[in-house]
Design a protein around this ligand. Structure first.
Ligand code: SF4
Length: 405
């Protein structure tokens, strides 16, 4: 049974088209892996020159504020000038975040990236990938690989560590174990994101049009058996996370462009102390963080550094002065250190579990996209949804859906 959630109970992130937490840069379409359900053609346009990438960044500078710049692709670590690019992004005022499958990363490269100013990594690891020398057949078996990267980042230090996994009908049952694993490593695993798999056959019965012409989308969006037979929605995932942690409660969201009550981005932040969940932060906590960050830095916060996420106790104390849910978390921490007051000095970590529910199609053909898309990218000098860029490249326009009569 999917969880019953009311969007009005949560904080609607203030992110918008022009002023957002995140922007999305693609310096390359090349990749050293092939994930099922990947929406980018790996044999596409290859690497952009550094000057072309700078031009994309200038478009962002002109049109949109954001806290961080996700460097994606393709895989950005196969981009030959990745070090120069990271330092260019930092110099232009964004936190550089590398979205990678991790395959090309070793400690030597990590040090170079850190010295260039990398702020965080989001590793995309899941069973939709066929990794050389990795025999894992389940998401749970992949936890060892996830831990390898989390430990590598922790050893170098000072870098935010997130993991993405695309989740399909066939892997959704593994979420509770993935959550338990992440919870056991809250000191070095800062964020886990579950991205729900989409493919044309799961969308419903539609004809597809671009520029007024009927088109076929099968070559653009390859079907994958891995995707299963059911379209997953955010409440399905909340239910699964709660199997591992019944306290799980989201605090903030982005709604859909067709439905104000759909959860396109749904975020819950756990405060963990001495290995145990003390509670999940309140919507008001999220509101205060976003408001104050914007007030003092001029942008909405998307990525926090590892030092800040180890200050959960301080956050619970100060925001607890004005918020009941955070006060409760602070008292839970006090209770947990009652019989051993020295424990009180242990850090309390803030760990995020997030769900991304990409496009859904309404029966009347309307498309429910993420309102205030954070992963918007630049194409031909314009801002466009990165998840559907291939449509523009292949058909010259975003695809429209019309119910089959
Ligand atoms: S609209 Fe597409 S690109 Fe934008 S955040 Fe949603 S899934 Fe990502």
């Amino acid at each position: 049974m999917p969880a019953e959630l009311n969007h009005l109970d949560y904080y609607r992130l203030p992110w918008n088209y022009a002023d957002n937490g995140i922007s999305w840069l693609e310096p390359t379409t090349d990749c050293n892996l092939r994930c099922e359900g990947c929406y980018r053609d790996p044999h596409g346009h290859g690497h952009k020159t550094l000057e072309e990438v700078r031009a994309d960044l200038e478009v962002f500078k002109k049109l949109r504020k954001s806290d961080c710049m996700s460097i994606a692709g393709g895989d950005p670590l196969v981009y030959p000038q990745i070090i120069e690019l990271v330092s260019m992004i930092k110099d232009m005022g964004w936190k550089p975040i590398i979205n990678t499958n991790g395959l090309a990363l070793d400690e030597k490269l990590l040090w170079k990236l850190k010295n260039a100013g990398v702020y965080g990594f989001t590793f995309h690891i899941d069973t939709s990938q066929k990794r050389p020398k990795v025999t894992a057949a389940t998401e749970i078996e992949l936890n060892e690989l996830r831990l390898h990267y989390a430990k590598m980042l922790a050893k170098v230090g000072g870098i935010a560590c997130s993991f993405n996994a695309t989740i399909s009908d066939k892997t959704v049952h593994e979420i509770p174990e993935m959550v338990r694993w992440a919870q056991d490593h809250a000191d070095i695993v800062h964020t886990v994101v579950f991205i729900l798999f989409r493919s044309p056959s799961l969308t419903g019965n539609f004809d597809f049009y671009a520029n007024g012409e009927k088109i076929e989308v099968q070559d653009t969006y390859k079907e994958a058996e891995w995707g299963g037979e059911r379209t997953l929605m955010a409440p399905d995932i909340v239910e699964k996370i709660r199997e591992a942690d019944p306290m799980y409660e989201p605090a903030a969201y982005l709604n859909g462009t067709a439905n104000p009550d759909s959860f396109k981005w749904l975020l819950g932040n756990r405060i963990v102390f001495n290995g145990k969940t003390m509670g999940y932060v309140s919507p008001r906590f999220m509101e205060l963080v976003q408001t104050f960050d914007h007030l003092f830095t001029g942008t909405y916060l998307a990525y926090a550094d590892p030092k800040s996420v180890s200050r959960g106790k301080l956050a619970a104390f100060f925001i607890g002065l004005v918020d009941k849910q955070m006060r409760k978390i602070f008292f839970n921490i006090l209770k947990a250190s009652l019989f051993n007051p020295l424990k009180f000095f242990l850090p309390a970590y803030i760990q995020s579990f997030m769900i991304i529910q990409p496009v859904n199609f309404e029966p009347d053909g309307r498309q429910d996209m993420c309102d205030s898309c954070p992963d918007i990218t630049v194409h031909d000098g314009k801002l466009m949804w990165s998840c559907r860029l291939e449509e523009v490249k292949n058909f010259g326009a975003f695809v429209q859906t019309v119910p089959v009569k």
